[in-house]
Design a protein around this ligand. Structure first.
Ligand code: A2P
Length: 284
């Protein structure tokens, strides 16, 4: 799995194409919920037709949304049809909540995780996905899943950043051989907020000056060196390129420890919204 992926939520077809063709991203992250799989399918077809980039060069992840979990194989086949692909590289359970919908309908669904996971395993056995994993799962949930999984989850996609380093969960996942994948690695919607975001933190500004690079590149290099994959989103060609070029930045052990010291357990996605009930806080 390429350690820097391109997060596609809210991104345009032009940005996604530029990320792949101009900047060299080979890892795309989407989800049924993002409502962009069809558009990504068109971009990929165009890239495969007009460049030398092949399907096998790409690592593509999508996720099953809550209301689709009663028949996961059907949901994945629908995602594949929209993406115009025969398989994805990674298929994730998007959220560990048993609610049918999100925006309008929030009927609870009586389908425990131990009945969802065998459906995920079947998708892998059928070759519809190369690997399976989870997203937004905490230690307790993964730990329970490992008691019955015949195929173990290869990854857990969660929010990770210098202000939310998720130290315990990540160290445990690494021991279990489960890859931590970071969404909102640059602080998501708060990325441009000088008062809140770590991209303006003086510790990161100081480390960036050592390398003549940007704080975003320091954050992504820190992630790579401590062993998590990052999915930065950018619609700006310069920043898009800058993010993948973080692969060239190599921090010292001391600098990694300095970034580790910035943790504030601060999330940009702090809660799961259940219509009619409000926001339900997420705990590590
Ligand atoms: P933009 O699209 O204008 O580049 P995340 O990846 O954590 O979800 O954060 C996405 C936000 O971070 C977007 O607002 C994006 O803005 C901004 N961003 C992406 N790359 C960088 C960068 N290298 N430096 C500063 N901000 C960035």
């Amino acid at each position: 799995m390429p350690v820097i992926g391109y997060g596609t939520f809210d991104m345009t077809p032009e940005s996604i194409r530029a990320a792949i063709v101009d900047c060299g991203y080979r890892h795309l992250d989407t989800a049924s919920y993002y409502n962009n799989e069809e558009m990504i399918g068109q971009v990929l077809q165009d890239v495969f037709k007009t460049t030398s980039i092949k399907r096998s060069d790409m690592f593509i992840t999508t996720k099953v949304w809550n209301h689709e979990k009663e028949n996961i194989q059907k949901s994945l086949r629908e995602s594949l049809a929209r993406l115009r692909l025969d398989y994805v590289d990674l298929y994730l359970i998007h959220w560990p909540v048993q609610y049918s919908g999100f925006k309008v309908d929030c009927t609870p669904i009586k389908l425990p995780l131990h009945k969802q996971w065998p459906q995920m395993e079947e998708c892998q056995r059928l070759g519809l996905t190369r690997s399976i994993g989870v997203s937004n799962f905490n230690f307790q949930l993964i730990n329970d899943l490992l008691t019955y999984a015949e195929i173990r989850p290869v990854a857990n996609q969660i929010e990770i950043s210098p202000y939310l380093s998720q130290f315990n969960l990540i160290e445990w996942m690494k021991k279990e051989g489960i890859v931590p994948i970071a969404f909102c690695p640059l602080g998501g919607r708060s990325a441009k907020n000088e008062k809140e975001n770590f991209l303006f933190d003086e510790v990161l500004v100081k480390i960036a000056a050592n390398y003549g690079c940007t704080t975003a590149q320091v954050v992504l290099a820190w992630g790579r060196q401590r062993g998590h994959v990052s999915l930065p989103k950018s619609s700006d060609p310069t920043r898009m390129r800058q993010n993948i070029e973080s692969l060239k930045v190599q921090l010292t052990e001391e600098e990694i420890q300095e970034v580790n010291g910035l943790n504030k357990n601060r999330r940009t996605v702090p809660a799961f919204r259940i219509p009619g009930l409000g926001y339900y806080p997420i705990f590590e």
